[in-house]
Design a protein around this ligand. Structure first.
Ligand code: HEM
Length: 409
């Protein structure tokens, strides 16, 4: 067995191990990050940390959870919450992390949009990011089903029903997805498999792709400046650390990231211990009852904007489904909807900045109206916001970005 001296800090501890030495070498010489970045560039690491927390707490929850129609609700609300030592803590940490992951995904995603980090060779970083968003959405949805409360059951009912709107194959597809003629035990078991196995494996794979894609063509910066990473890295390694425009991932960038991760964990602890209710719907503390529809069915806060796009076209469920499908895939196309290849932050873009802030207002509006009952004037506001969202993405962005490009030539 190797005989290690007492290490003085993490760096020395890693240096004493062969694998640690190899990892540090790669992170110190292969991964370079521009210096001109701000705290918003730390949210990638925050997300990686939260995903780890979700996996670890999920493994502990799985030890007592029963994926069975008759037992799921009690295994969560009785066994885990009351019988198992600290079961409640693991459940709160898991639920709060799930909610915060979406908050930080949105921050990370809109940072990428604000600074134009999705274009000019960074398409794979962007597409793998949107894939992560989709995979996390599926994981969030399948996980929400597991406590088998009223909201779990009825949300599954509403979302699986959507597939029935697809022409010709719709009705058969719904039965295939549910594994039964209605949402039932077979549905719960397969969503359990998706949540604890298939989706985490897919997410880990896509995170690796996302991180690998960051190496080439490299991370963007606050000004969108084109940096010759090789020359700048050589400068740094030759000792000109101040003059170089880049810094190594380890330990410089990592140290800054860890600071933001610690701040996030202060908020995280507050939420876990004092305000965990925000991540759980009170209606979901009632056991699933297929004979009693809740008065209002709505998803968790992070899906409300999408849900409102679906409900917005209240006069036609077919149109709603088309809008919902577009909203789900439209972010993949962003690098091509923005017709100006120049990478610039929004505050330097004379026209597209209006598009960005309008999009923010519309998304917040959709989120607010997604929670309200879709009756009377709410239904019309929901329709206007849904049309505005589609218009901003499909029409306004291509036109404004093309005008900007033309004006510069
Ligand atoms: C769990 C999910 C994710 C993890 C762990 C993750 C991780 C990271 C890390 C570590 C970075 C480098 C540093 C930084 O800019 O923060 C990064 C950059 C980036 N990520 Fe993610 N990410 C995730 C999800 C997403 C999503 C959902 C999107 C977009 C839809 C996205 C788009 C990007 C882009 C465009 C960059 C490049 C930023 C730049 O060049 O300035 N990521 N990601």
């Amino acid at each position: 067995m190797a005989n290690f001296k007492k290490a003085n800090g993490l760096g020395e501890w890693l240096d004493q191990r062969l694998w640690g030495k190899a990892l540090v070498k790669v992170l110190m010489t292969e991964y370079w990050i521009p210096k001109r970045i701000n705290f918003l560039w730390s949210f990638g690491m925050v997300l990686a940390t939260l995903f780890t927390v979700l996996v670890v707490t999920g493994i502990f929850l799985m030890m007592y959870y029963k994926p069975d129609e008759g037992m799921a609700f009690y295994s969560v609300n009785y066994t885990i919450m009351q019988e198992v030592a600290f079961g409640w803590l693991f459940r709160h940490i898991h639920a709060v992390s799930a909610s915060l992951v979406f908050l930080f995904i949105y921050i990370h995603m809109f940072t990428g949009i604000y600074y134009g980090s999705f274009k000019s060779g960074r398409e794979i970083i962007w597409i793998s990011g949107v894939l992560l968003f989709v995979a996390f959405s599926a994981a969030g949805f399948s996980g929400y089903m597991l406590p088998w409360g009223q909201m779990s059951f009825w949300a599954a009912q509403v979302i699986t029903n959507l597939f029935g709107e697809i022409p010709v194959i719709g009705p058969d597809l719904v039965i295939w997805i549910r594994g039964d003629f209605s949402v039932a035990d077979a549905t719960l078991t397969r969503f359990f498999m998706l949540h604890v196995f298939l989706l985490p494996v897919v997410i880990i794979g896509v995170i690796c792709l996302h991180m690998y894609a960051l190496r080439a063509p490299h991370v963007n910066n606050e000004n969108g400046e084109e940096i010759d990473f090789e020359t700048e890295a050589k400068k740094y390694l030759a000792g000109n650390k101040i003059g170089s425009k880049v810094m190594p991932f380890w330990p410089k960038f990592m140290a800054e990231d860890l600071f933001v991760v610690c701040l996030v964990f202060a908020l995280f602890s507050y939420l876990v211990f004092f305000s965990y209710g925000f991540a759980m719907d009170p209606i979901n503390f009632l056991p699933a009852d297929p004979l009693k529809t809740p008065e209002h069915i709505y998803p968790e806060w992070y899906f409300l904007w999408l849900y409102e796009v679906l409900r917005g076209f209240f006069f036609s469920s077919g149109l709603g489904l088309i809008a919902f499908t577009i909203a789900n895939v439209i972010f993949f196309l962003l690098p091509w909807l923005d017709r100006d290849p120049l990478v610039q932050p929004m505050h330097k873009r004379p026209l597209v900045k209006y598009w960005f802030w309008s999009l923010m207002v519309v998304l917040v509006g959709l989120t607010i109206y997604g929670k309200l009952p879709p009756t009377g004037v709410n239904a019309w506001i929901g329709l206007a916001l849904s049309v505005a969202f589609l218009g901003l993405m499909l029409i306004v962005l291509p036109i404004l970005s093309a005008c900007e490009r033309k004006a510069r030539q």
